[in-house]
Ligand binder design. Structure first.
Ligand SMILES: NC(=O)c1ccc[n+]([C@@H]2O[C@H](COP(=O)([O-])OP(=O)(O)OC[C@H]3O[C@@H](n4cnc5c(N)ncnc54)[C@H](OP(=O)(O)O)[C@@H]3O)[C@@H](O)[C@H]2O)c1
Length: 317
């Protein structure tokens, strides 16, 4: 299933990954944090440019506009891959609530089925086998084609794969040039689980990176395009950059006509990102705070965290 898509930048080939026998467009479009009044236009532009994979969530509160853009685009439903997510709160994961919440997703998106339904994060309190059993009912009923998870740790994903009655299609996690995900990726590859890389641009953090810019200059590409290309060249990785800017939406899709060399990939693998960022993400501060505050750590706290040795050491500012 390959198609040539005419854009006003150039003709670009969408590439597909085969996961558990299904074909999923490797490059999707993310919709988190898009201003309310820009969701419809952004998704419409993305579909016009050639994106055929759209990522949204119950928690983004934008599914009605995403659905309108899909409907108005005229793109046949069977050519599209639509992913949404259920909030990971325990009460959403009770049987009847999950059934209602999923029907509500379909209603808001104005779709008859979802290609992929994820649990947005794991609350740690529910019984995983039971929750995944409920999700498998959604597959049996034909409301959902595939089920998956998001923000699952390696241990949580291993458990999900072990206990789920239907295959776990993906773990959608933060992954970009400043984060090492090799352990998770190895497990995903060994188990035919797609790794969906969210925040592929580090929410804008990587677009000014000197190494990515230097590599990009060789191909007439930007650092952002190199960051996306680096993900797409990895076996079993899909990614879903977000933008409200039509120029960026087009540019982020225009990444199929160059190939990073092994040496360039190695240089990007070795990037580490700013110290503060690493301390927040890898030092465990965010995870520890989530344990204390619940899954949603407010941005203003996130930015001010400093951890040492995996413990939240202090807030800055
Ligand atoms: N499962 C989860 O918990 C989870 C969490 C986070 C994200 N996600 C998903 O992943 C998607 C993408 O991640 P994200 O939204 O966090 O961040 P991202 O895609 O890494 O970065 C988006 C930011 O990069 C900027 N940008 C985009 N293209 C650019 C370009 N070519 N040049 C320069 N700047 C550019 C955007 O600004 P402009 O609008 O100005 O272009 C925006 O500020 C989300 O939208 C969502 O669908 C999932």
């Amino acid at each position: 299933m390959q198609e040539s898509i005419q854009t006003d930048v150039q003709t670009t080939e969408q590439t597909y990954l085969t996961v558990q026998g299904a074909e999923v467009p490797a490059l999707g479009f993310g919709t988190y944090h898009l201003p309310d009044d820009q969701v419809y236009d952004a998704v419409s532009t993305a579909l016009d440019v050639g994106y055929r994979h759209i990522d949204t969530a119950m928690g983004y509160d934008n599914e009605i506009d995403v659905g309108r853009a899909i409907r108005d685009s005229g793109v046949p439903r069977e050519d599209l891959w639509v992913t949404t997510k259920l909030l990971g709160y325990r009460e959403v994961l009770f049987h009847d609530n999950m059934m209602d919440a999923t029907r509500n997703r379909l209603e808001q998106l104005d779709l008859e089925y979802l290609d992929l339904l994820l649990i947005h994060w794991w609350d740690g309190a529910s019984d995983m086998a039971t929750v995944l059993e409920y999700m498998s009912e959604l597959v049996e009923e034909g409301l959902v084609r595939h089920i998956g998870v998001s923000n699952f740790s390696l241990e949580e994903l291993q458990e999900a794969v072990r206990v789920s009655p239907v295959p776990i299609f993906t773990n959608q996690i933060e992954y970009h040039a400043y984060l090492d995900r090799s352990e998770m990726l190895a497990f995903c590859r060994a188990n035919d689980v797609l790794l969906t890389a969210y925040s592929p641009l580090g929410q804008g953090l990587v677009v000014g990176d000197a190494v990515l810019s230097e590599i990009g200059a060789r191909y007439g590409k930007t650092a952002a395009q190199v960051a996306i290309r680096w993900l797409l060249q990895q076996e079993g990785v899909s990614t879903i950059p977000r933008s409200a800017n039509p120029k960026h939406i087009r540019a982020n899709f225009d990444v199929m006509d160059f190939e990073l060399t092994r040496d360039e990939i190695r240089r990007i693998d070795e990037l580490e990102g700013p110290l503060m960022y690493r301390l927040n993400r890898e030092g465990g501060a965010i995870y520890e705070l989530r344990g204390a505050l619940g899954p949603v750590v407010p941005d203003f706290l996130r930015e001010r965290l400093v951890s040492v040795g995996g413990r939240v050491a202090r807030l800055v500012g």
